[in-house]
Design a protein around this ligand. Structure first.
Ligand code: AHR
Length: 633
């Protein structure tokens, strides 16, 4: 194998390896968004879902769910409690998202909006219970005002850990009080932002060093019908003013139904932009193009009714980049971020196809580029990887101003192995670049939630990714999908990261993504075997980049066979320095996978190698990804 470090083919695009976030599998509510209270503002279709009335001793009372839709259309419902608890206590308990994950010794912040109607004699206790009903935290709220809605806050430290904790809000005394936005957050969140993101999950995303983050979906962008599409303007501003909707994944797959799956939008567009900035990733929002999900309905906005959809796209650019003196830039500043978020690209539609899509895409393109010519647009290739509709979309988009075409492939591992050369012969003439926006190798299902994320699936993806890297002049962004999944609340698998209420685990596929991303380099260089690219010969796959400023070769070699392969590598145009090369090796039995209980079954290890002059020899283990770093001069 010869690596021509002196013959760079193309620069590695800075955003090459990224992540795709969608609120599927409890990724946002119940996952990354650290709120522990489910249905905090009683807006789920069944307003008491997640809540139970609590009566202790001889206390009595009743709960009314009041709707004030004309006064407050974003957050119409609240709970009105009448309490008669001279002895005992009366109130509510909340079950959390499949329970509440509570960590011993950590601080928790409780907050509530309350409107005392006759509350002078009421006192409240906030109680945290563990899985078996034992109290593990308590705080008091001793005074409520009768002077309108006010927010009350109290903090406490958990005495124990619980994976399925629950919260009680218990009143004593006699009186009436209205309650809304009943909330409990860990004080420790990502960047310790109040009301923020679950730190371990955000850290796992950041550890991927993503070049971009595509958000908020996926099918949730489209909605089952247009009324339930994702509308970013309803996800910004104060959390209590964001309009909850049913999640498109709420009723999918009856045997794994999540009837309690809604989108509170506590994690909304501002937070997505902020997360992107935190991680040094380029933000890539995807907007509805006036079409509902074509798998669910054929509902489209009439061509003469597209204006609000297009306006949403224009206003989003203003929200992200506009001066603080503009309407939407001003809102960004009011939310705490006067500096722009440097939005440079935007997706129009998710997995759309057909003439309806092309017609609508062109309207967006014309309007966006008339006002913001530098914004790169991402258009859809539908759910196809080939076929007449794929060809039609490509033909239409090839001559458009689209910056990228978003190709998706959920296929068996064999497809990924066979398609490692997919982009070797793509048309390189003028036209859009490729965004491999959603892909994952799908294997057979097993009992454990994480069982489809086998090493065999990840290995096939690694082989395919050598083809993406080799063709980085054409394929300029790529992201695995989906990203996150709760082991008790998933609708789709495999996924990149699995979690429960306390723990999270990277899959073998996660480590593949990470190895490519952190070893991205600055320029792609040729790897040749008998003068040709290695894209499956003898089950070997390879690509390489150099980190120009650091003078390091970053060679990726996949051995997809079941036997060890001895490799003799020659560096052309450079020689190894005295500093030893290393191999970041990922290998396992192809059926192995990581679980929350055994999260490190498949993980990379680092092995020293030896190079002499411009020669390097090592044995690639059976079923292995090898990322070989060679300092050179
Ligand atoms: O990633 C899961 C789903 O797959 C996405 O929502 C959609 O874009 C695709 O069909």
């Amino acid at each position: 194998i010869t690596v021509q470090i002196n013959k760079p083919i193309t620069a590695v695009p800075p955003a090459m390896w990224g992540i795709f976030f969608e609120d599927i599998n409890f990724a946002a509510d119940g996952g990354l968004y650290a709120e522990l209270v489910k249905n905090r503002s009683f807006e789920f279709n069944a307003p008491m879902m997640g809540w139970k009335e609590v009566k202790q001793d001889s206390a009595t009372g009743h709960i009314l769910i009041v709707n004030r839709a004309t006064e407050n259309s974003a957050n119409p419902r609240y709970a009105q409690l009448s309490v008669n608890a001279a002895q005992g206590a009366y109130g509510l308990s909340n079950e959390g998202f499949r329970g509440m994950g509570i960590h011993k010794g950590e601080q928790y912040n409780f907050s509530i909006w309350a409107n005392g109607r006759d509350a002078a004699n009421l006192k409240a206790k906030v109680v945290l219970l563990n899985n078996s009903g034992k109290q593990i935290g308590e705080a008091a709220l001793d005074q409520f005002s009768n002077n309108g809605w006010q927010q009350y806050n109290v903090s406490f430290t958990a005495a124990d850990t619980a994976v399925k904790g629950r919260l009680q809000l218990l009143f004593t005394g006699k009186g009436e009080i209205d309650l809304d936005m009943i909330s409990l957050f860990p004080a420790h969140t990502w960047k310790d932002r109040p009301g923020g993101l679950r730190a371990d999950l955000a850290q796992k995303l950041a550890d991927l060093k993503p070049g971009f983050i595509r958000f908020p979906g996926g099918c949730i962008v489209e909605g089952r019908e247009l009324a339930s599409r994702y509308q970013w303007k309803r996800t910004v501003g104060k959390p209590e003013d964001r309009t909850l909707i049913i999640n498109r994944w709420n009723t999918e797959f009856a045997h794994r139904a999540a009837p309690d799956y809604f989108q509170s939008f506590g994690l909304g567009f501002f937070e997505y932009f902020q997360l992107a900035e935190d991680m040094g990733a380029a933000p890539l929002p995807i907007l509805n193009c006036g079409m509902a999900c074509q798998f669910n309905s054929s509902e489209v906005a009439a061509m003469n009714e597209l204006d609000p959809y297009v306006q949403d796209a224009l206003d989003l650019i203003e929200f992200a980049n506009g001066s603080v003196n503009t309407k939407w830039g001003g809102l960004r500043a009011a939310m705490g971020h006067p500096a722009p978020f440097h939005l440079s690209m935007m997706g129009v539609g998710n997995e759309q196809w057909d003439e309806q899509y092309i017609q609508r895409y062109k309207v967006f393109e014309q309007a966006i580029h008339a006002k913001y010519p530098d914004i790169k647009l991402v258009s859809s290739a539908g759910p196809f990887s080939k076929g007449p509709m794929f060809d039609y979309l490509w033909k239409e988009l090839k001559t458009s101003q689209a910056g990228f075409i978003d190709e998706h492939y959920y296929m068996p591992p064999e497809w990924f192995l066979a398609n490692a050369g997919r982009y070797d012969h793509y048309d390189r003439t003028q036209g859009p670049k490729i965004f491999a926006g959603e892909y994952a190798a799908h294997t057979k299902e097993g009992k454990e939630a994480e069982s489809r994320n086998t090493w065999g699936s990840a290995l096939a993806e690694a082989a395919f990714m050598t083809g993406l890297e080799r063709n980085a002049d054409v394929v300029q962004m790529a992201s695995y999908a989906p990203l996150l999944a709760h082991v008790e609340a998933w609708q789709w698998r495999p996924d990149l990261i699995w979690f429960d209420n306390l723990r999270s685990a990277g899959t073998p596929n996660y480590y593949v993504q990470q190895l490519f991303s952190v070893n991205k380099g600055t320029q792609v260089v040729p790897v040749l075997h008998n003068g040709a690219a290695l894209a499956g010969t003898d089950s070997l796959y390879a690509s390489a980049t150099i980190d120009g400023p650091a003078k390091k070769l970053l060679l990726k070699i996949v051995n997809a066979s079941g036997r060890p392969v001895q490799l003799a590598i020659t560096l052309q145009g450079g020689a190894a320095t005295g500093e030893a090369p290393v191999n970041q090796l990922l290998t396992a039995a192809t059926a192995d996978f990581n679980t929350l209980d055994a999260p490190q079954q498949v993980k990379p290890t680092t092995q020293p190698l030896t190079a002499t002059g411009n020669k390097l020899a090592f044995t690639a283990a059976p079923a292995s990804l090898n990322v070989v770093t060679v300092p050179y001069r």
